[in-house]
Design a protein around this ligand. Sequence first.
Ligand code: SF4
Length: 296
Amino acid sequence: MTSAFSPDVRSALNERIRFYRELGIYDFYRRGTEVSEASATDATPENAYPALSPLLQPELREEMSARKSAAPTVLTPTASTLEVLTSLPERGAADTATALRIIREDLGDCTRCKLHQQGRKQIVFGVGNPQADLMFVGEGPGADEDAKGEPFVGRAGQLLNNMIKAMGIRREDVYIANVVKCRPPGNRTPERDECETCSPFLMRQIAAIKPKVIVALGAVSAKNLLAINAPMSELRGRFYDFMPRGGDPSWGGTKLAVTYHPAFLLRDPRQKGEAWKDLQMVMKFLGLNPPAKSPE
Ligand code: SF4
């Protein structure tokens, strides 16, 4: 099939889309009508892609405007071309493992946020069963995870393993990931810009795996996934309907529950009983038979 665009326009269009993806924007909306030549010659990022504008922070809009004024090529994309070129690369992958591999390759040796230059040894992508019904999402890697390249392998990881075992399943049965994939220095809480930059990759992991339930471990994970600013006491104890950005609409999304981060439970073991209640709610939903004893 012959391309409707010249090589220059295709190249500029790809560059624009790559820029959006670096900003964490993967979804483009179909416009009612195609962009006309006349309107395209006056294209700013806002009026060329009006549906994107409300999604962008003012500073991003400014940055995009700056890039636009430096760009020599006028873009004349059609809606269908936008859809093709902005498709997530893992869509159409033969299986979930391949999709996750594509997402990991896309992440590359990531330098998208400042955590890449604050002492990380390696990116901690995620681990587990690509077909998992249950996914745990933590906050970010700690020292042990950074050293090993795998989430939840230190003391908190040991407790998480015990929690999973107490549910009657194995660590290998679930998928485990974090909101940010590089260790924040001194194990500090990841900052908002770091979470916002990294979380699109988590969303893509979730969209690929399509778990039946996600358990957000701790307030940072819960607030980033749900975009709700509330205390743990309000976040816990119920299921949320969750659809990751870019998720397949035919999937219908997943359930999300919130519980305490294992590191918090190590500091305050009295809350283990509360966490166990959260896990029992998840087990009931998944049809898992709760063993009699709660995790130690
Ligand atoms: Fe990239 Fe995420 Fe690491 Fe930031 S935390 S550098 S966005 S992989």
